[in-house]
Design a protein around this ligand. Sequence first.
Ligand code: WT7
Length: 629
Amino acid sequence: MADLEGDVVYPDPSIAINSHVPDADALRAEALADPDKFWADRANELEWFKPWNAVLDRSKAPFFKWFTGAEVNIVHNCLDRHLKGPNKNKLALIWQSEDGQERRTFSYFSLNRQVNMMANVLKAMGVVKGDRITIYLPRIPEVFFAMLACAKIGAVHSVIFAGFSSDALTDRIDDSQSKLVITADGSWINGSVFPLKEIVDKAVRFSPTVENVIVVKRTGSEVTMDPLRDHWYHDLQALPIAKGKCETEKLDSEHPLYILYTSGSTGKPKAILHTHGGYMVGTYTTLKYSFDMRAEDRWWCTADPGWVTGHSYLVYGPLLTGATTFLFEGGPTYPYPSRWWQLVEYYGITQFYTAPTAIRSLMRFGEAWPNRHDLSSLRLLGTVGEPINPEAWKWFHRVIGKERCPVIDTWWQTETGMFQITQVPGEPQKPGSAGKPFFGQDAAIYNEAGDEVPDGDEGFLVLKNPWPAMFRTLYGDDERFVNTYWAKYPGVYLAGDAARKDADGYLWIIGRTDDVINVSGHRLGTAEVESALVSHPDVTEAAVVGLPHEVKGQAIHAFVTLRVGVEGSKELGEELRKHVAAHLSPIAKPDAIDFPDKLPKTRSGKIMRRVLKARALGQDEGDLTTLED
Ligand code: WT7
């Protein structure tokens, strides 16, 4: 953690003057004085089929409603709206393949045509308003078509990161009761094929709800097609049902847009539910202001569409602002660690938004790789997913941004849908701090009793004001929604992070306070990883903790007890790592596995992860009075 009195970096004064928000503190004060007015003004920049009665309905708090009574569709503002003006023939989406051999570009006009086609196909398969659709696709343009097609007809998408295993996919399909799955034959990962269709086959074999599977051809690998259930997307596209215009449904502002699963402190992932109207206004406004979006911009968010960052700031936000968004199929280091910088130069990327873990991994390869490329098109940089250490911030700022480009650190969550703590480009920046609350938001640091702690002290981060892109509930579990986020301090949102606030009002995020480990910016619940380990026949019990890691932020360290007669070994450790990859996700593979005789527990049988963590770090084990023996 950086020292609170650390460096301050002042951007060139021309940046503030020429941006959407020349005086951030003035707008912050104005928006805080009347948040409803601030949000209504922003909402009025977009198109509505029918105006709202109230900006915010607090009557059933914490089940807040935004723009009540209004009719809208986020897709109308992502696509239809642009077809009437100068954006019609502008590039909406640029895509490049991992191997660099293929490029596909879509104007707003042609993206709209593709979305209509996918929407027509979904309708022909019997998908109606409110139905849930699971999307399990690689980073290819079809993921945009699929998400937007669902939203266009009022279906609810559930995008699953295409690195999750079949078990994880089954759980999520069943929980959302999806009627249809959209996938591909495979995806390219560093030159090899990851068998998406095979994983879907396993996942839906006994699914009581999935009627159809649409398969996009990407890798050309051999797949099994069930003649009654599975359909190649290119075959469907050729049918008359796919042709013609598809009306954009007029939906209630609070109509569900998507479900996105994220990890919490129990084994069951949380189904975060977002809706059309508020989410649209929130993602549009945050992207426009924090990244100063302009008509001529080429925006690149490196996140996968399978995470919330991909939803809000790769797909929806950029299209709402009328920018050009860039989607790259591959990762940062394949085939060389200059891959991203070469793409920035080639496409003339203006704003580049990525994760601290990626910056740290690229730093290790040295400055020669980025220095080989002309990065002068860049004007803003951004980070998300975990606290950024000041060294990585400074490297990003100096080596990539040439000390010209402000680095916008954005703190938010799957739950929040949009940035909550961040800055606008002209403001003084403190490397390692996420900045101040976004316009209309008020954040505080509470102690256990719910009192604000003095500046500089650590405590629980809370958000005091509702915001338009807030999740509306956990799908199918209102009770868990209330208990997890709104019960500890009635009336305010408990974020689940520890943080401090300095005397200038800058917030410094420390990390999660619950049983969630942040590996390379991905949230993993300890319980999920433990249950994957315990599903191996040789394992009797498992406990995992997150330990600091130079590149990943946190790494998983597992402690596993074995069935009588089985000996812990390097080979078994490797087998368990593979087991976790296959049953949960490769991201969740423990970095280290220990085989103790037993796990430290409280008298009531709760595993004391705190003790394991201290042991792994060689630290004092702290208060052991509750230990069973
Ligand atoms: C958790 C949310 C929202 C996009 C990606 C992750 C951590 C996120 C920052 C940041 C420090 C951050 C928090 C938060 N986090 N952004 N800029 N600085 N920490 O979404 O998977 O819902 O995870 O990520 O701990 O609670 P998510």
